[in-house]
Design a protein around this ligand. Sequence first.
Ligand code: HEM
Ligand code: HEM
Length: 240
Amino acid sequence: MDGAPPPTSPTGLSAYVAVSQLLGLTLLATTGAWLGRYRGGVAWHSPLQFNAHPLCMVLGMVFLQGDALLVYRVFRHEAKRSTKALHALLHGLALVIALVGIIAVFESHRTKGIPNMYSLHSWCGMAAFVLYLLQWLLGCGFFLFPGASFSVRGQYKPQHIFFGITLFILSITSCLLGITEMLLLKIRAWILQQLSLGMSIKCPVPPPCVQVFAEPPRRLMSLRPLPSQLEDREMAPAAH
Ligand code: HEM
Ligand code: HEM
């Protein structure tokens, strides 16, 4: 109105957004390829049900959540109403997909008789999911539905932004913990398999010294299965 030029884009914003999308799509493609090529694929009501967990969590809690956070930067010239709706919608979609991923892992544990919530990853992940749901409900309550006054919204906004960024970091941390845990379980399953085979894959006739060294750990590991050893059943479909 006063003839001032419209605000310009921060330098390099488009390039940063393009790189973020490229990285996000690469993350999804590599997760899909890993599950499809090396873990037997994804299917519901089957031993492959667990595989829906990493896929949904990466899609919902990382890719869609990340895009929802970018909405206010990318569409900052659009009407606030529309950007708010898109922000809430993308977070809502992320929540639903993450819920499917959580159901997949609990169902898979139930059908295989594996205990629940025994690892750091499961507690971190559950905390991230529950707090994310809470943040979404609070976001809708304060910003989407009429009722909260402008001053209340203004007071809540900095908290919303702080907890939003913290939750994104917590979600990525949970994913990294999950990937590391899966890798460790896979290595452990491989070692157990080698020990139970008397290392016959690498040495068709294991020399006596190998048998002598392999026997104590094999006995120890067969004494009482740890919950995480039960998780080795998670690795069963990965036979390749
Ligand atoms: C933010 C993302 C994630 C959340 C919120 C999350 C949440 C959870 C939860 C709550 C459990 C416990 C299920 C139960 O006890 O029955 C679990 C289990 C598991 N998740 Fe995730 N997860 C995430 C990402 C991932 C990713 C990316 C992977 C692997 C690539 C993964 C691998 C696992 C494994 C192997 C288990 C079974 C072992 C265990 O209970 O610790 N998770 N996850
Ligand atoms: C779990 C869900 C949510 C998370 C993690 C989250 C996170 C965030 C973050 C990190 C920002 C800062 C964005 C930026 O500065 O570019 C933000 C801003 C905002 N969010 Fe959310 N949000 C969530 C849900 C919602 C919902 C459901 C609404 C309701 C419409 C909402 C409304 C807003 C508003 C109004 C802003 C301020 C935009 C501004 O004026 O700068 N959020 N949110």
